[in-house]
Design a protein around this ligand. Structure first.
Ligand SMILES: Nc1ncnc2c1ncn2[C@@H]1O[C@H](COP(=O)(O)OP(=O)(O)O)[C@@H](O)[C@H]1O
Ligand SMILES: [Mg+2]
Length: 290
C-alpha cells in the first residue's frame, strides 16, 4: 500500500513538474507544440495500441476513439488494464523502467508516440487527475498557479485570472475565494480533488484523464465531481476510469469494456448497458463477475 501511494505521488509530481526537467525542455519545438486550429480539437484515437511492463503484456491491440466534447468511461474488473491505457494517453507509463508500447495513440492528427514528441506540451494538453488527490503542500493559489508559472511565466494579473477561471471551472471558487493563501491541505477531500482538477485545468488542456477520481469520496462529494464532469465535457474530451458501473452509466456518453488487457466492446453508454453485443460485457454489467 505504501509503495502504491508513493508511486502515485511520484507520478503526480511528474505530471506537474515535468516542465522543469532539462531533457523534456530541450525538445519543446516539436510536433506537440502549438494547438491545432481545429474547431473541435481533442479527439483521442488509439490504434492497435499494445503495452508491456517488461515481459508482461498489459494491453493488446486497443483500437478506440474517444471523441471530443464527450465523456468516455473505461470499465472492467481490477487488473484489466484501464489505468495502463489511461496513463498511456499522456505517456505517463513511459516513466516506468522496462515499459514498452506498440501501435499508435493520436491526439487529433498528431501521433503522441512519435519520436521527438514534446511530453511537456503533451501533458499540458492532456491533463491527469488521480484517485488519491494530493495537492502540493502549498497554498490553494499556488497549487493552481503551478503549471502556468512554470510553463508561461504570466504576469501577476494574468495569473490571478487563470487561478480564478480554473477554480470556477472546477466548481471550487465560491468555497475558497476568501482563503486562496491558505494551505490546500486544509481543504476537505472532495475540495482537494476539485483543486487537483483546477490545477489540471489551469494548463488549458484539451483532454482530461481521470483515474477513479471519486472512488475515495463520500456520496455528496462524488455527486459534485460527477456534475462537474458534465460541465467540463462541454469544452473538453473527458476519459474516466471507474469501477463503479452506476457512475459510468450516469456520467458517460461512451463506454469501453476492458477484460484481461483487451478491449471487449465499446459503444454508446446506453447501448453497452442495455444491449451489449458481447456475452462477456453482459456478464460484467449484470454483475456475474468482476
Ligand atoms: N508498474 C507496473 N509494473 C508491472 N506491472 C504492472 C504495473 N502496473 C500495472 N501492472 C499490471 O498490468 C495489468 C493492468 O493493470 P492496471 O492497468 O493497473 O489495471 P486496472 O487499472 O484495470 O486495475 C495488471 O496485471 C497489473 O498487475
Ligand atoms: Mg486502475
Amino acid at each position: 500500500m505504501r509503495e502504491t501511494e508513493r508511486g502515485t505521488r511520484n507520478e503526480e509530481a511528474a505530471t506537474a513538474r515535468v516542465g522543469t526537467e532539462p531533457e523534456a525542455r530541450a525538445s519543446s519545438s516539436s510536433v506537440l507544440g502549438p494547438r491545432p486550429a481545429s474547431p473541435h480539437p481533442g479527439t483521442v484515437h488509439s490504434e492497435k495500441f499494445s503495452f508491456w511492463y517488461g515481459p508482461k503484456q498489459a494491453l493488446h491491440d486497443i483500437t478506440l476513439t474517444m471523441p471530443a466534447r464527450s465523456i468516455t468511461a473505461l470499465i472492467g474488473p481490477s487488473g484489466c488494464g484501464k489505468s495502463t491505457f489511461l496513463r498511456s494517453i499522456n505517456r505517463l507509463n513511459a516513466l516506468i523502467i522496462g515499459a514498452r508500447a506498440e501501435g499508435r495513440i493520436r491526439l487529433d492528427e498528431e501521433d503522441i508516440y512519435a519520436p521527438g514528441t514534446d511530453v511537456v506540451a503533451l501533458r499540458q494538453r492532456v491533463g491527469m487527475v488521480f484517485q488519491r488527490w494530493n495537492p502540493f503542500p502549498k497554498s490553494i493559489y499556488d497549487n493552481v498557479a503551478y503549471g502556468p508559472r512554470i510553463n508561461d511565466s504570466p504576469s501577476r494579473a494574468a495569473l490571478d485570472e487563470i487561478v480564478e477561471t480554473s477554480l470556477r471551472r472546477a466548481a471550487l471558487w465560491d468555497e475558497v475565494k476568501d482563503r486562496l493563501r491558505q494551505s490546500a491541505l486544509r481543504l476537505s477531500g472532495g475540495q482537494q480533488q476539485r483543486l487537483c482538477i483546477a490545477r489540471a485545468l489551469a494548463n488549458e488542456p484539451e483532454v482530461l484523464l481521470l483515474d477513479e477520481p471519486a472512488s475515495a469520496l463520500d456520496p455528496i462529494a462524488t455527486q459534485r465531481i460527477e456534475e462537474l464532469l458534465y460541465e467540463l465535457k462541454q469544452e473538453l474530451t473527458v476519459v474516466i476510469v471507474t469501477h463503479n458501473l452506476q457512475q459510468a452509466a450516469r456520467v458517460s456518453d461512451y463506454t469501453a469494456f476492458f477484460y484481461l488487457g483487451r478491449l471487449v466492446e465499446a459503444d454508446a453508454t446506453n447501448q453497452i448497458f442495455t444491449n451489449p453485443r458481447e456475452d462477456q460485457t453482459d456478464a460484467y454489467i449484470t454483475g456475474r463477475f468482476g
